[in-house]
Design a protein around this ligand. Structure first.
Ligand SMILES: [Zn+2]
Length: 95
């Protein structure tokens, strides 16, 4: 990603995933990968979306045991692959 202030190429310091609480019309769930950046040249820091993933109705999103919030609504789709989603950073954001 490019620094919006000075244009330097900056790598994400950390990334995390945001899971849309509701599936879309085809029953797919959207996972957005976010990153936080800090420019080594000018010191500017920002957050930006890195990519977006859709998971089909056959897949399950496992939010793990760390946090309770949002967990229940993911229990509907049972069969299929499990995607590990670390929500710890999201909760940091919401506090
Ligand atoms: Zn910069």
């Amino acid at each position: 990603m490019k620094c919006p202030k000075c244009g330097a190429e900056v790598k994400p310091q950390k990334t995390w995933q945001l899971v849309a609480p509701l599936p879309d019309a085809e029953g797919r769930i959207t996972i957005i990968v976010m990153g936080s950046f800090k420019c080594p040249r000018c010191g500017y820091s920002w957050r930006q979306r890195i990519s977006k993933i859709k998971v089909g109705p056959e897949g399950e999103i496992d939010l793990g045991e760390k946090k309770r919030k949002k967990k229940k609504e993911k229990k509907k789709n049972t069969e299929g692959k499990v995607i590990e989603v670390d929500l710890s950073d999201i909760y940091e954001e919401e506090l």
